[in-house]
Design a protein around this ligand. Structure first.
Ligand SMILES: [Zn+2]
Length: 327
């Protein structure tokens, strides 16, 4: 793809349904496409636009991609109704089977390294980047980087290296992605499968939200060079992984819903009109109380800018875990 050197800002745009993605694009900082521009996009195929040079400026509407992880208001309503249903189902199950509700969770992680060949450019990243990524997840989700502690810890089970040029780069929404995941996915609903490779459309990553039934598409896809120590400038501290796992645990973006309504369905993340890029300290795009949560892992800022989840997000993730992913 050859665009990596130009990545400076995460760009956004779009709508999506059950998948989410982060992109790097060539759009202008702060440009957010009108919702109508994406309304016709098929669910799950939109890619979050990427970004470009921080000094680049692109005309409004010039963005061509959006993240597969951005949702419409209707999609959020549908997901929230499903969560309520899953919780009722789970409560009934517990009443009958005596299963408990988990308070802490260790998530088994299987990492699939997709390679075109044996070179670094062909996807052959060292194991050390992967172990560093697991460490970053554990720090982020424990609150060690300054946010709320969540219930989650991560344990690497396996690194699975696969050389298959047909799956490289990993193309969001493609039949090749489906083939890859169908062939490779391991474990139950509680197992985090992470697929690493070069990605289509300058995306940083994408993820699936939890579902009541196990879906072979379930998992996180991330740009291999976004891992800690990778080459994706400004996005190489591992927070793409942190962000995408947040979606996998049922978090929306902090800018979901903009300034109105229930936003991201979390009460302690101040409303935000649109994604924030780079690190715009002091940004405040809604009249409601609180500045924009630019340091939250679920915004689109640089890795160096984001360092926290809130208590409300931690609670939402645990609720979702017990509704969807707990055994
Ligand atoms: Zn996202």
């Amino acid at each position: 793809m050859g665009l990596r050197a130009n990545l400076l800002t995460r760009r956004t745009a779009g709508v999506a349904s059950t998948t989410l993605a982060l992109l790097l694009s060539t759009a202008a900082v702060g440009v957010v496409p009108a919702a109508s521009a994406f309304s016709a996009a098929p669910a799950q195929t939109c890619a979050e636009p990427a970004d470009v040079h921080s000094d680049a400026r692109v005309k409004a509407g010039a963005q061509t991609k959006h993240e597969p992880n951005e949702l419409t208001a209707a999609q959020v309503r549908e997901r929230e109704a499903d969560l309520a249903g899953a919780l009722r189902e789970r409560a009934n199950f517990r009443a009958g089977a005596g299963a408990g509700t988990l308070a802490t969770v260790t998530i088994p992680v299987v990492v699939h390294v997709i390679q075109e060949n044996s070179t670094r450019a062909g996807g052959n990243i060292p194991d050390s980047l992967i172990t560093s990524q697991i460490a970053v997840l554990n720090q982020a989700y424990s609150g060690a980087t300054g946010g709320a502690a969540t219930a989650f810890g991560f344990q690497l089970q396996k690194i699975n290296r696969v050389t298959n040029p047909a799956w490289y780069p990993i193309v969001s929404g493609s039949s090749a992605e489906r083939s890859m995941k169908t062939s490779l996915r391991e474990g139950g609903k509680n197992t985090l499968n992470i697929y690493l490779g070069e990605l289509s459309d300058n995306l940083l990553g994408w993820a699936t939200f939890p579902k009541r039934t196990l879906d072979k598409m379930d998992g996180v896809v991330a740009l291999n060079e976004s891992l800690p120590g990778g080459t994706a400038t400004n996005y190489n501290q591992g927070d793409t992984g942190t962000h995408e796992v947040g979606h996998w645990l049922n978090l929306y973006h902090t800018f979901q819903g903009g300034c109105s309504g229930s936003g991201d369905s979390v009460s302690d993340t101040p409303a935000e009109a649109s994604p924030a890029y780079e690190c715009p300290t002091g940004r405040d795009t809604c009249t409601a109380t609180g500045k924009d949560p630019i340091t939250n892992f679920m915004d689109y800022t640089y890795d160096s800018c984001m360092h926290q989840f809130t208590a409300g997000q931690a609670s939402r993730m645990l609720t979702a875990w017990n509704a969807y992913r707990a055994a």
